[in-house]
Design a binder for this molecule. Sequence first.
Ligand code: TRP
Ligand code: ZN
Length: 936
Amino acid sequence: MASSEVTEIHLKDYAAYPYDVENVTLEFDLEEEFTVVTATSVMRAKPSSIGAPLVLDGRQSFMELLAIYIDDKPVPSRLCAFNPNAEDTRLVVDSAALPADGAKFTLGVVTKFKPQDNLELSGLYKSSGNFCTQCEAEGFRLITYYPDRPDVMSVFTTKIRADKTKYPVLLSNGNLVGSCDLAGGRHMAVWVDPWRKPCYLFALVAGDLAVVESAFTTCTGKTVDLRIYAEQKNISRCDFAMESLKRAMKWDEERFGLEYDLDLFNIVAVDDFNMGAMENKSLNLFNSRLVLATADSATDAAFARIEGVIGHEYFHNWTGNRVTCRDWFQLSLKEGLTVFRDQEFSSDMGSRSVKRIGDVRYLRDAQFAEDASPMAHPVRPASYMKIDNFYTLTVYEKGAEVIRMYHTLLGEEGFRKGTDLYFERHDGQAVTTDDFFQAMSDANPGCDIGKLKNWYSQAGTPTVTCERVYDAGAKTYSLTLTQVLPKTPDTGGDQPKVAQLIPVKVGLVDAKTGKDMDVSGNVSVTSAGSTSTCVPVPGDAGSVVLRLNDMSATFTFAGVESEPVPSVLRGFSAPVKLAVTPALTADELLFQLAHDSDPFNRWEAAQKMAREIMCRAIRSTWHEGKTELASDDDAAEAIVADTAWGKFVDACKGIFRDAASDVVDRAWVEEALSFPGVGSLVQELKPVDPLAVHKVVKQFSKRFALACSDEIEACYATCKAEAAASGEYLVDETQTARRSLMGYCMALMGAAGHGGEDASELAAAAKTARNMTETVAALGALNRHPTAKSARDAAFDAFKQKWRDDNNVICTYLSLVAGNSGYGASPLTEVKATMADESMYSHKIPNKFYSLIGGFARGNTPGFHAADGSGYVFLADCLLAMDKTNAIAASRLAKPFTEWRLYDAPRQALMKGEMHRILKAEPSPNMFEIMTKSLA
Ligand code: TRP
Ligand code: ZN
């Protein structure tokens, strides 16, 4: 297939499927050489489309069609044609083969293929010797010929036949209704899923797996059996996932009133998986790195991710499965909503403000960059070539922000009324983001949220400018908000965009007392379209939500006795870039850092100060066309000579002292003092030499670490002593906050070259670490240490030897190697050497590919952006190699290339050169789409 045949699919062309599928029975004969699948579907033409051809999706190049029947009669070949459509062939059955009167008929399809050769990890494949499936988005067409689209829903029965010794466990969706032994050492299991579902939620697992079992009693008293399956060697690491699952089930009942709907819920952990996890009905499949965790093998960050993803997949049971998507353009209907739900779950389980800060950091660093790139697309894309390429940060993270805006605008109660109505109306249906909007809107009749809809159809990150004016005579304070919507490729660049409803949560902080002024009930609004309004925040007289519903509006607060410090966009109430004019001064930011009642904006104040100092230092040491980098000393000098530096450092010292004495949330401190990195600064300074940015970022943390070294060491010592005195390892807020602060101190000690050449304290910490969180903190610190190469290599080697047989922990090692930019001849050398070691690395395992190659391209600025282009050549080579067997995984890692516009002209040329090289190599349709769109 030539890539040029890849066609674009458009939302506007949506047409319902002409047939209903009443039920389908899938029989799998799993053998070592081949699998044979017999699919029997009971179908009927929709009354309005009798006589329409029956179009089935299937990949002809992957599977052999052994037979096709209608009502037990073979379909003659003249009535049955393969219709090539890029790689996914269609099988078109002429209506002459179907009942002319629109009566019910049975379609039988027999296919044969080799799962063991399927390296795409889509459809039916093998992982660690076990059979498993991944059908979202379009994997079912690698199993049989069937309408592989989410709006075709049916009741599935699955019969699995396989060797009993090799595959004692046979699983599918729904309930196990029967099982028996067969001749020849084989056995069979029969599963029936009573809930209608699209085929992307179908799943099958057959293998030799161990299991942990537990149970959950639902709010109506029903018992649900819970099982987590994993390889025997990993089974002792599933307990945390099981507890997370129970917490998620309980939370969904309490917060959303949603109860589980079957007697059984299964999770299976597999090592070879393209994504995080998959919400197949009652049989969730997980990348094993998102299930397996014990204190010695997983970091606190991994525990948190596991809890979040277990929740995410479980929550899909209602938002995704019971109510599903009409078509893949609606992906955010389930993903944005489910991400919002998992974010809220994690917030309710731990620190809400720290969770919010982490989510926003990710959104801004990664999604904002995507939204500014040639791959920018709306939350509901209007077209695509390969849907796999649209499992993006925009659909997931920005999509979740849109849901969060509903929540901010409607309040918890109104939001819940909306979701209740949504489930009541659409249970069992395949619907659109418009249907979701309508339910939310209809459930809240007094509240006009119409322009929220525009967030779904317009790409790009809006900028909100906020002009602040204090009138001392009239004692009024006014904020004029204006939205600026950027040009993006989806609108052809020039089409004007329409106003989006933007909720801006605001407080006014009294400059004398540091307390929030009472802003409830004294705001008047004037705007051009005069549809903007101001609404109170229940239970918080110090905040209001300004609902910017026009391009511009002025909100005037009356009775303001003295000029306040404005706290705008509290909690990051909308996914926008905020520009306050006149900008907050350094003193105002320091005031905000000390006093704002909103922990998000306190964090933001520290970020802003650090960002501004770094940006000024970069601008003073680099300009377009300058090829020579500033020396380390010059970069450091530009930082410490900044007028804000001294005040900033003093404020941070205070934060360290508070953290040591544990009077503030230590996890918040860790976030507040983790300053913007290269990726985030590059977005602000584009186009820019990334090495010039990296230089300043590195010097900033070194100088900061040196300036605060007493405080940092004291803080470290306190945390260490507390940790030694504490008993059992717990993943609770107190302990995880302490470990994250401790790890942060170690990172800074590394940056400052603590302990000289043998980095004694950090090297010792690596040896005596009592859990994976401490181990990774020590290795990370040694990785940044400027002079401790031999201590670092020794610690890395010990780690590698200890964990070499553990694919998941080794991924942690691979990421650390990938991020090493300080040691060795060039950053790429160690990466290449690691890659060449077959016991450590293989392109066949996506986790390893993401950790090593992805870690290098995303996290190793000097290596990836080396001026000679060697990093780009390396990535392109890896993408081409991976693309041959697994286009989905390869395309996910193509992202760094799509952001070429961020960098200076010589790098842009080098990156584009590599993209053209990839295109010339006739890549997969997935890769073709990303490269052509990025170069357009
Ligand atoms: N629906 C999955 C989620 O929870 C996403 C997913 C899992 C996926 N595996 C996939 C998407 C493979 C595409 C291909 O977010
Ligand atoms: Zn999801």
